[in-house]
Design a protein around this ligand. Sequence first.
Ligand code: MG
Ligand code: MG
Ligand code: MG
Length: 313
Amino acid sequence: MQEKKDPRGDDKIFVVGHKNPDTDSICSAIAYAEFKQMDGINAVAARAGEINPETKFVLEHFGAEEPILLKSAAGKKVILVDHNEKSQAVDDIAEAEIMEIIDHHRIGDIETPSPIFFHAEPVGSSATIIADFFEKAGKKLSKKTAGLLLSALLSDTVILKSATTTDKDKEVAKRLASIVNEDIESFGMEIKKAKSSIAGKSARDIIKQDFKIYDLSKKIAVCQIEIVDDEEVKKMREELLEEMEKVRKEEQCALIAMMVTNIIKESTELLVAGDESIVEKAFGKVVNHSIYLPGVMSRKKQVIPKLEKILNK
Ligand code: MG
Ligand code: MG
Ligand code: MG
């Protein structure tokens, strides 16, 4: 294997997920950096923000280190995982050299001056794609990395229950679970419980934990929290709506919608701040800043496409 280290260090490639990183963004970055390192490439796992409690639990569980914090991508070589929209990418992405993109979302607005490796696949998680890369390349997954990928897969697919879940996700999850010797259902619930409690968190923390901006014909944001008990949110409802309105003004968005997803009931209550007419056109009548969406759990597959239809550029 050829050693490609440059003493100036400018051959370093940062593998990084989206802002307000979730478990998929963090664990996919770690695993893909490892995948590239196996080819002698100086890849480093990075993160575009603070780690959430679920991811913290996962990293500790498998004894993995937090990726380094990348504050600006200016002048750096980067590989993007788990996103491909400028509004979700690490700061100064326009001044970075994007080497590759591995993602499972809608195709956004990232542009590159040269051709790159861009792998987009409509599966439940970026981790699914990366686990498959290891398999296809005949590269052995360590127990740690398999555990991280399994966690990301189960997190993004809500334990294989979300509408985004494909047969490939199920197969990959099975394979990963057998490497780490975990039961999918019980381990999945363990991960989800680490994320689902909102107790002791401020309204702002809850809103910002999994917050994504979309630059459509109007700028909007959709955040999501996952709960197992409706009561906690009920108590904070007014506070959340007030804070959503503040954040909406700060971020200059026409709309902020918060998906309060009950992973037991497999349904979502959408809380709305700002231009409610957008949500009404997409989903129906909004009453008291809220609309109940049975069967909806996926932002990417069940919410964003409908909003995008209304806010076509
Ligand atoms: Mg993600
Ligand atoms: Mg993902
Ligand atoms: Mg996600």
